[in-house]
Design a protein around this ligand. Structure first.
Ligand code: ADA
Ligand code: CA
Ligand code: CA
Ligand code: CA
Length: 204
């Protein structure tokens, strides 16, 4: 695989802030200036318990930019009705890194994230996810369509460095969903396509 892969340009030494109530981004752009947002205990502990709250919730095509999610990631970032996530660094993914909660197109670019015990991207609604320029190291899998669901998702992942997956890259239970991996570097990434994908391809 080729292409330039640089992940996030936010380092991890920005000012720190504790988030005790989900920050909701409902329009325009929220620019975090590469500050480090640590989930407070009100959101969860970053373990594998379900029901934790997200640090950010991004809605209706709004943009979240220049964010570091610190050592408590809780339930990461949720998107509703589409969103743009640009230049995000997850120091230690919590229950998962990002969840699509309702339909729309979510664009994710220039990101990196570490230590997701299970899933990095969790997809809970019929939607489109386009990811480019990412570094994902140590996770169970890059993406999971919610178990037992058969709606259609369409996923593309371009220019990503995927290293040390416990299980694999893309997993679905839906025979109408599609996934495409291009121009990426894989190392110990497990099985690329898990489940009855309508189409699931790797190239470049
Ligand atoms: C698990 C769980 C789902 C949902 C999901 C998530 O797959 O079974 O109900 O909570 O995690 O969104 O994290
Ligand atoms: Ca979960
Ligand atoms: Ca973790
Ligand atoms: Ca979750």
């Amino acid at each position: 695989g080729g292409g330039t892969i640089s992940g996030s340009s936010c380092g991890t030494s920005g000012a720190q802030t504790t988030v005790n109530a989900t920050i909701r981004v409902t329009s325009g752009t929220y620019d975090g200036g590469c500050q480090r947002f640590n989930a407070g205990s009100a959101l969860g502990d970053g373990s594998q318990s379900e029901g934790q709250l997200p640090v950010f919730r991004v809605e209706n095509g709004a943009t979240l930019r220049n964010i570091v999610i610190g050592t408590n990631g809780a339930d990461g970032i949720h998107t509703y009705n589409g969103a743009v996530l640009d230049n995000i660094y997850w120091m230690n993914v919590g229950e998962d890194a990002m969840t699509i909660k309702s339909s729309g197109t979510t664009t994710v670019r220039n990101i990196e994230g570490y230590d997701a015990d299970d899933k990095f991207f969790q997809i809970n609604a019929a939607s489109t996810l386009n990811v480019s320029n990412c570094i994902i190291h140590r996770a169970g899998k890059v993406l999971r369509q919610n178990g037992g669901t058969t709606f259609q998702i369409n996923v593309s992942v371009d220019r990503c460095d995927i290293n040390d997956m416990g299980e694999g890259v893309f997993r679905t239970d839906s025979s109408s969903s599609t996934a495409r991996l291009t121009n990426s570097r894989l190392h110990d990434a497990g099985t690329v396509c898990i489940g009855p994908w309508s189409s699931c391809t790797q190239s470049g």
